[in-house]
Design a protein around this ligand. Sequence first.
Ligand code: CDP
Length: 240
Amino acid sequence: MTAKEFKRPDGRKKDELRPVSAKVGIIPNADGSAMFSTGDTIAIAAVYGPKEHHPRNQRNPAKGTLRCDYKMGSFSVTDRIRPGPNRRSTEISKITEWALAPVVMLEDYPNKVVDVHIHMTQADAGTRCAGINAAAMALAHAGIPMKDIVSSIAAGKLDKTVVLDLDKYEDSEYDEGEGSTDIPITFTPDGKITHIQIDGKISKSQLKEAIEMARNASKEIYEVQKKALKEVGEGKWVLQ
Ligand code: CDP
């Protein structure tokens, strides 16, 4: 198949996002909460804190700790997922902390912790990105001091063509030519990268193209996040 004849399995353009939506304030008991969805992937995030950090031996006397916990619901994919942590959820929880850390300002909260619980209610690829987007909004909603929010999206490659926002079929089952490469990336609103991962093979020049494609899309996502935050009114959220 030549690049000219290239067609995505679901008919999207190379640089087309799946439909995106966001809502803030979905869990009344949380200090902050949000939902973010891309296509059939739906993430919800709930923030509790800053609060006393337990266990004590993990306290940081210099600043507060951001603690993220990513979970896929057992019902989120067609094959039931076994509940409880596993290697993948532990990795994504850490990645989420690192993607958010550059914008979260916990200097005034020594020995405290901010807990971010992320649940995937439906998973059709791109879940770490959707989780990070929901978490960023939930943190802002909780009034946690932040430089700004972050926006996360995957670009990648199907055979020889760079594409945006792979769905599960593209991510896991596409096997034409060179197969698929998935590159989740998180950006600040001014386009700086706070997180990037590469699952698959890609050349240096196509990696640059993928990063640019994701950077452009992250601006669209940022607008959706900002709109959802504004919809909850003046509320608690104040970005620094
Ligand atoms: O979801 P994300 O793209 O961030 O991470 P992944 O590890 O590349 O997973 C891609 C997709 O595979 C997930 O979104 C799920 O749809 C699916 N998956 C699954 O069906 N069962 C699992 N145990 C893990 C992932």
